[in-house]
Design a protein around this ligand. Structure first.
Ligand SMILES: [Fe+2]
Length: 312
């Protein structure tokens, strides 16, 4: 750690690990419920456990992305964070809102939760992964905007690198696509069509940009390979990610009432989607093989390689 404001990443990482543990726990509960049908009945029904499980996944990943960004941006921009205090404040806002939402799922019937959180003002609840009450959704947007403001201001006053720019594009994309969770048309085809703009364009689009830039940052640190070489790989990877990921959304548009051409576009481009992930793996191994120094942190190097393999 070279900059003291990077320390705000720590609580984010701790929260991410804690919430991930929760996700695993609820995953195990559901797995058991397949075997023992009335396990924890009626306290935790399967549908509630599933909602808690998938929502915890989203929240811990967001905590992880945010913590990683707060750690990486000061080093890349060679300047302290614009406001570490704001970053810490948002941490607590997000943690409390996240915990309250999970408790709401577990303790109150979903319909009651919807009634008391303003779902009749703007109906956004009841869809997989986007079950969050309106208040929580607004909270996520506020936290994301303050987070992006903080990082963008940091970037403006510091060194601009391609790696931090790719990270910022990924994070801005993440926030923008989440806005589609507020759009819930009554027409089921339209609903599903745009629902994937959050779910697919996150997982197979902007998250890959975030992963790619974080990986590039770690690889520069642990291998000492020239930034120019690392960046060239990153450009190729994110271009392929966006081309295959955006049009590949079509693999979710089969037989849901969308035009027939999506079967071709969706099939062809989703078949290409593994390529950027494979390139990410080759990238990591290639850079480690070409390393110009033996970094003492062997775990970080192994982690970088493992990330490439696992994402593929
Ligand atoms: Fe997909």
């Amino acid at each position: 750690m070279q900059y003291s404001s990077q320390a705000v990443a720590k609580p984010y990482f701790i929260a991410a690990i804690g919430l991930f543990t929760g996700q695993v726990l609820f995953g195990l509960i559901m797995g058991l419920q397949y075997v023992i049908g009335d396990f924890l009945f009626p306290a935790i029904p399967f549908n509630v456990a599933r909602m808690v499980h998938t929502n915890l996944l989203i929240v811990w990943l967001l905590f992880g992305f945010m913590g990683a960004a707060y750690y990486m941006i000061p080093e890349e921009t060679e300047t302290e964070l614009y406001s570490p205090k704001l970053a810490l404040l948002m941490f607590w806002v997000f943690l409390v809102a996240g915990a309250a939402t999970i408790l709401g799922y577990l303790l109150v019937p979903y319909a009651t939760l919807a009634k008391f959180t303003g779902n009749d003002i703007l109906e956004t609840m009841g869809r997989e992964f986007l079950e969050q009450p309106l208040l929580t959704k607004i909270g996520i947007v506020v936290v994301a905007l303050v987070f992006l403001f903080n990082l963008t201001m940091t970037m403006l006053k510091g060194r601009k690198t391609s790696i931090s720019l790719v990270l910022m594009i990924g994070l801005w994309g993440l926030a923008v696509f989440f806005l589609f969770s507020f759009y819930n048309p009554h027409n089921l085809v339209l609903d599903k069509y745009f629902w994937w703009w959050v779910v697919h364009l996150w997982v197979e689009g902007v998250w890959e940009l975030i992963l790619g830039s974080l990986l590039a940052f770690v690889l520069i640190k642990v291998t000492g390979v020239d930034r120019e070489v690392i960046e060239k790989w990153l450009y190729v990877i994110i271009t392929m990610t966006l081309v295959t990921g955006i049009i590949g959304t079509g693999h979710h548009y089969f037989w849901i009432g969308t035009p027939e051409y999506w079967q071709w576009w969706g099939s062809v481009f989703s078949a290409l989607e593994p390529i950027p992930f494979f390139a990410m793996t080759v990238f990591a191994f290639n850079m480690v093989n070409r390393r110009r120094r033996e970094h003492p942190n062997k775990a970080a190097t192994l982690w970088a390689l493992g990330t490439g393999v696992m994402s593929f």
